[in-house]
Design a protein around this ligand. Structure first.
Ligand code: NMX
Ligand code: MLT
Length: 434
């Protein structure tokens, strides 16, 4: 039976000539034009990156390897007794474009299990952080600390050939992904449970193992699987994916690249928004003495936030122009599993109230909720109430997609990323002002 690495190797051999042909024979074909608004405005919309792992349509939302999230969840094998698929199967799909069968998934589960033990020095570094530190800073540092383990670095120093870069990167990626749930749970227990530690079980899949280490009963295994799967990839231009790609393009190893992307994810306009949603909701709940506000009262809270110059976390998007399908999936999950949860009711009220207000406010190009408006609600319900931790969960998921992307970057020989900058003077000349 073929391993994931063998299957991937065949896919890479097939893909390399396609990229080579585009580059050699069609390199001069124009893909996009760039306006001054895009240059000043965070490069919004410029088609300047390539990935086959996922594509984000503004209206429809994300597809992984051409499949909607529903199709991915439907098509991937599920562990016995689970409603959500193996996260390891998603990694197989993102890397190869194929849905694995049960046996192929089990191979990946076993690979992860073998590689999950975290070296002592990583725990020592985590232990040395003050407990008032943000978990994302600890998470990023713990990942960085693992850089000394890099197979890629070792082989590069020994004279690795370019065509083999991806294989060493693949080893690093698996070694890191297998350890992330262990590292995250350790940070959680250190910060919020006085260091009480529940060990992992080598016989469990990633989602179940994470639930076990968090000490949370079913269906938190499915919650974790769903969470990691829907957060894994969002094409290449988002801050975390782009950072991972950029840093890896200088041949920094997986640990340096993933640590860097985690730092981008930790910003409130990106992944940290899921923490911000809960913080904002808690403020509203405190003001309301935990009573559900009326529609008018909620509208007033939203306007107060906007009028004080802040954004409404969990709403808006740089690409999406409709409700995020990741939001919808989590809302459906909440309707099924926690319909009476007070925080869910609050979040649902926001779904009704915020979009028309943002439309009236007239600034946000997309008034609809994004993934972060729901994810914390589910975590809260299952007892993970320390919302500072939520972005770490996002980070585990996102690492899966970015690792898959970096492996392919190396396989296709994508070069160092180095766009060109201009000065304001130059822009004024281009605009005809000077
Ligand atoms: N609340 C208030 N104002 C908003 C919001 C919002 N949710 N979304 C956008 N705007 C404002 C934005 O600040 C900007 O204002 P200004 O002209 O004063 O600079 C204006 O509307 C135009 O912004 P857009 O072009 O619609 O959005 P952009 O592509 O620049 O940014 C986000 C996208 C996601 C950063 C923005 O919508 C936002 O700040 N949302 C809230 C934070 C959030 O939920 N982030 C998570 C995104 C998903 N993720 O996980 O990464
Ligand atoms: C993401 O998942 O990365 C966010 O939705 C942000 C983005 O796509 O820009």
């Amino acid at each position: 039976k073929k391993t994931l690495k063998q299957t991937l190797s065949e896919k890479i051999d097939k893909q390399r000539p396609r990229t080579k042909k585009l580059l050699k024979e069609y390199g001069d074909v124009v893909v996009d034009q760039v306006t001054i608004a895009q240059v000043i405005g965070g490069m919004r919309g410029i088609k300047s990156l390539v990935t086959d792992i996922s594509y984000l349509d503004p209206e429809e939302g994300i597809r992984y390897r051409g499949y909607t999230l529903e199709e991915v969840i439907e098509g991937l094998p599920k562990p016995k007794g689970g409603d959500m698929p193996y996260v390891e199967g998603l990694f197989y799909l993102l890397l190869t474009g194929d849905f694995p069968n049960q046996e192929e998934v089990q191979q990946v589960v076993d690979e992860f299990s073998k590689r999950r033990i975290v070296p002592r020095f990583v725990y020592d570094v985590i232990d040395s952080f003050p407990t008032s530190s943000h978990p994302m800073a600890i998470f990023s540092t713990a990942i960085l600390t693992l850089n000394r383990e890099s197979v890629f670095n070792r082989q590069y120093q020994a004279g690795l050939s370019k065509k083999d870069y991806w294989e060493a990167t693949y080893e690093d990626a698996l070694n890191l992904l297998a350890k992330l749930p262990e590292i995250a749970a350790y940070i959680y227990n250190k910060l919020y449970r006085k260091g009480e530690r529940i060990l992992s079980d080598p016989n469990l899949d990633m989602g179940a193992n994470f639930a076990q280490m968090m000490g949370i009963e079913k269906p938190y295994d499915d919650v974790s699987r769903l969470h990691f799967i829907i957060h894994s990839d969002h094409e290449s231009g988002n801050v975390s994916a782009h950072t991972g790609h950029l840093v890896a393009s200088s041949l920094s190893d997986i640990y340096l690249s993933i640590s860097a992307m985690i730092n981008g994810l930790a910003g409130p306009l990106h992944g940290l928004a899921n923490q911000e949603v809960l913080r904002w909701l808690q403020e509203v709940m405190n003001k309301m003495d935990n009573k559900l506000p009326s529609t008018e009262e909620m509208e007033q809270f939203v306007w107060n936030t906007l009028n004080s110059g802040q954004v409404i976390p969990g709403f808006g998007h740089a690409v999406l122009r409709k409700t995020d399908p990741r939001y919808k999936l989590q809302r459906e999950f909440s309707q099924k599993h926690l319909p009476d949860d007070p925080i869910f009711k609050y979040a649902d009220l926001l779904y009704k109230v915020v979009p028309p207000i943002l439309q009236k406010h007239g600034k946000a190009k997309n008034p609809w909720p994004n993934v972060d408006a729901q994810s914390g609600v589910i975590q809260w319900h299952y007892g993970v109430k320390d919302y500072d931790f939520y972005t770490v969960l996002f980070g585990i998921g996102r690492s899966i997609g970015i690792c898959a992307n970096i492996i392919w970057d190396r396989a296709l020989g994508y070069p160092l990323e180095r766009p060109k900058s201009v000065t304001t003077d130059m822009l004024e000349k281009i605009a005809g002002i000077k």
